[in-house]
Design a protein around this ligand. Structure first.
Ligand code: C2E
Ligand code: CA
Ligand code: CA
Length: 708
């Protein structure tokens, strides 16, 4: 080591001169100060010990002969806490007292000088002690770093001197954050200022606990800002080094880059959600900084995954997800694919030329998924729906993902295996939908709903034989809303359960009232629609029972209209519920018949007593194939002992065709639009229960009103 440089380094060391004689102290101190040291003074042993506890000292010059407490006593006390290496002490003794000098050396004095002090000798001994202790400290530090390095392998190392508040960072430490060795200062701020705001409290607290000794080891996972602006996940482990008294001197530890583990999905090995968000953040920044840069993100969701997963079991489901991830990655080639969670993947599309290029990506995904997946025990087909959000539309990653999700939702409702690109119209619809959802919660509470009724007519004599209850929402701002505007939201939010039961109760009361008002038409029945969600509600049976007893309605005057969708997931379970409903005495009607996956052969197993032919067949009943369908349905129903109702009859021709095919009952605008109960009563009271064409305008009048 370069001698003079070392000398320089030793200057500025802090010495404590202890002597009860003020003249001695003064003389010695001034000369030492002139030699470049910083000097503290103590006039007694007690004062010396206090000083040592209160500040960092590099060396003590300790006079032996003092009243109260001798230098030897002070030395013994200090040596209980500090080793000769940590705190060099030079005794100042009388020339003739060699016995005492020997005793002092034995008690741990590093060296001695005799009085009267020869300043040149004193200075040489001080220098030599300081140099030794400093060298040895450096040696220990570097040994420890070496040991840590051996432990850490590819880890970075750091070493924080609490006394000087300097922090050493190893080359690997700085490299993890993308810096060259010399670019960072020796300051803990280089580390602390790069910690992610959300992690910084946690790190500070853990460090403090390690320094105070509350915990033995510091062990913390946190994010650090890389030179390129991205976040790196690191794990740091450290221990505190203490002196003999337990005072914390240094904290030293390792730093490991765990970004890879933290940011990849263990199942598919794809980058995970956190990594995606990080990447999108980067892309957004880049878009703002670099004109001409654009990007889009696609959220790709496996269609019907839940059904497949439940059917295959979770292990095969996982196997499928892995296969899907590989196929997706191959299908989009240059784009970056991440697993967003569950059965959802994300695709980062950089610099798309135009919307057409994004759509082409959708087509290549669809192509990739047209072949079946060969799992160990199964062959499975599945498709992906993709929603794309454009970087240019978004002000935050959150916005962007929400846009993509809105587009995905749209893609799903359009059918499986589609790609939709987000547009402002979608956002408007999404916002309107959200508002409606909030309104819906309030609407139930505020009784904003009403029930309209559409008569069901016997085609044999045009008499009314029953009604279908149809719910309407008198929205305070938007006016009268029809089910198409709100039933699906009610289903998704579960609000359909209380709403549907409210409709059922209204309809039951109405039926009781109309049977009393119109005793001449004794076979009147009331049909109420029941959605899938209501059907699966565990309280369905008890709720219906309660309504029956509270309203006094007879069960056989009430019919539930159900679509085939209630049978899809769990036919046996559905059958049990149907039997229970039947057991209550209710009529069961299959709604929208012909639109589902109508398998005619299971119909015989189900306890339905009537079929409602869907409007789509009725409206074109005069076309050949539809006529055949209607004829088949009528014959089938006849065989199974069920009645048939045609819905949506609008014209004389349709009516005649249905009659000719043997259909017994019909509903439709031809006779009457759904109407408020008062209108129905008025018409029924006035005359007969025979309904001709346009017997009553019902909602049709209402529509004309609004148009006018
Ligand atoms: P749906 O069960 O198929 O009901 C028949 C729909 O056709 C009703 O629409 C009715 O107003 C309409 N309609 C009747 N005659 C004609 C016609 O001649 N031509 C045409 N084009 N349409 C006709 P609405 O009231 O808008 O109800 C739509 C759907 O909402 C219903 O379809 C039903 O699935 C559902 N819905 C209505 N009320 C309720 C309810 O209280 N609970 C549940 N769960 N669903 C309901
Ligand atoms: Ca219906
Ligand atoms: Ca229908």
């Amino acid at each position: 080591m370069n001698e003079s440089r070392n000398d320089e380094a030793l200057k500025g060391s802090r010495l404590l001169v202890v002597d009860d004689d003020p003249m001695n102290i003064d003389m010695l101190s001034r000369r030492l100060e002139r030699a470049g040291y910083s000097v503290e003074r103590a006039m007694s042993g007690r004062e010396a010990i206090e000083r040592v506890g209160a500040m960092r000292l590099d060396l003590i010059l300790l006079d032996h002969s003092m009243p109260e407490m001798t230098g030897l006593e002070v030395l013994r006390q200090l040596r209980q806490r500090y080793s000769p290496l940590e705190l060099p002490i030079i005794m100042v003794t009388a020339v003739n007292d060699s016995e005492m000098t020997a005793e002092a050396i034995e008690a741990g004095a590093n060296d001695y000088i005799t009085k009267p002090v020869d300043f040149v000798i004193a200075l040489a001994r001080i220098k030599s002690q300081l140099a030794r202790s400093s060298n040895e400290r450096t040696l220990i530090e570097s040994n420890m770093r070496g040991a840590l390095a051996a432990l850490g392998g590819n880890d970075g190392l750091w070493d924080w001197d609490l006394e000087t508040n300097e922090m050493y960072f190893s080359p690997r430490w700085t490299e993890i954050l993308g810096y060259a060795d010399a670019e960072l200062q020796n300051s803990p701020e280089e580390w602390f200022s790069r910690i992610h705001l959300d992690d910084s409290n946690q790190v500070q607290q853990a460090l403090e606990e390690c320094i105070t000794g509350a915990v033995e080891q510091f062990d913390s996972e946190h994010r650090l800002r890389h030179r390129d602006g991205t976040w790196r996940w690191v794990r740091s482990r450290a221990r505190t080094m203490r002196d003999a008294s337990g005072r914390a001197l240094r904290v030293a530890g390792t730093l490991t880059d765990i970004t890879q583990d933290k940011s990849s999905d263990p199942l598919t090995n794809l980058p995970n959600r956190e990594a995606l968000i990080e990447l999108l953040n980067g892309a957004l920044l880049r878009m703002r900084a670099q004109p001409g840069y654009s990007f889009a993100v696609g959220l790709a969701n496996v269609d019907r995954f839940k059904v497949i997963n439940d059917g295959l079991g979770h292990r095969a489901g996982d196997e499928l997800l892995v296969a899907i991830s590989q196929r997706l990655r191959a299908a989009v080639e240059n784009a970056w694919v991440a697993r967003f969670g569950g059965d959802e993947f994300a695709i980062l599309i950089e610099q798309p030329a135009d919307a057409e290029q994004i759509s082409a990506l959708g087509r290549s995904i669809a192509r990739a998924f047209s072949a079946p997946f060969q799992l160990r025990a199964h062959e499975v087909f599945c498709t992906m729906s993709v929603g794309v959000g454009l970087g240019a539309d978004a002000s935050s990653v959150e916005d962007l993902l929400r846009d993509a999700d809105t587009a995905l939702h749209r893609a799903k409702t359009q059918g499986a295996g589609r790609l939709e690109i987000f547009n402002a119209g979608m956002r408007r619809r999404a916002v309107a939908r959200l508002e409606l959802e909030l309104d819906l919660h309030r609407a139930i509470h505020n009784r904003e709903f009403e029930v309209h009724y559409q008569p069901k007519i016997s085609l044999f004599d045009n008499r009314v034989t029953g009604f279908e209850a149809l719910v309407r929402w008198r929205h305070p701002r938007l006016g009268l809303l029809y089910p198409a505007d709100f039933i699906s939201i009610a289903e998704q939010t579960g609000l359909i359960v209380p709403l549907g039961m409210w409709v059922f109760e209204q309809a039951a009361r109405q039926m009781v009232r109309w049977q009393q008002l119109f005793p001449r038409t004794p076979s009147l029945a009331m049909s109420v629609n029941l959605s899938c969600r209501q059907f699966l509600d565990p309280n369905l049976i008890s709720d219906i029972r309660r309504v029956l007893s509270e309203t006094g309605a007879e069960a056989h005057t009430l019919r539930l209209e159900l679509t085939e969708s209630v049978l899809i997931d769990d036919t046996d379970g559905a059958l049990r519920i149907l039997e229970q409903l039947k057991g209550l005495g209710l009529g069961l009607k299959m709604d929208d018949f012909g639109t589902g996956y109508s398998s005619l052969n299971y119909l015989s197993r189900l306890p339905f007593d009537s079929l409602k032919i869907d409007r789509s067949f009725v409206s074109q009943v005069n076309e050949g194939s539809n006529r055949d369908v209607v004829r088949t349905v009528v014959q089938l129903a006849d065989t199974l002992g069920m009645t048939v109702v045609a819905e949506g009859v609008e014209t004389q021709e349709q009516l005649e065709a249905l009659r000719a095919l043997g259909c017994e009952y019909a509903q439709g605008y031809y006779f009457c639009h759904p109407a408020r109960p008062e209108e129905i009563e008025e018409k029924m009271c006035k005359g007969s229960d025979v309904w001709e064409h346009g017997a009553m305008p019902g909602e049709a009048a209402l529509e004309e009103e609004t148009i006018a």
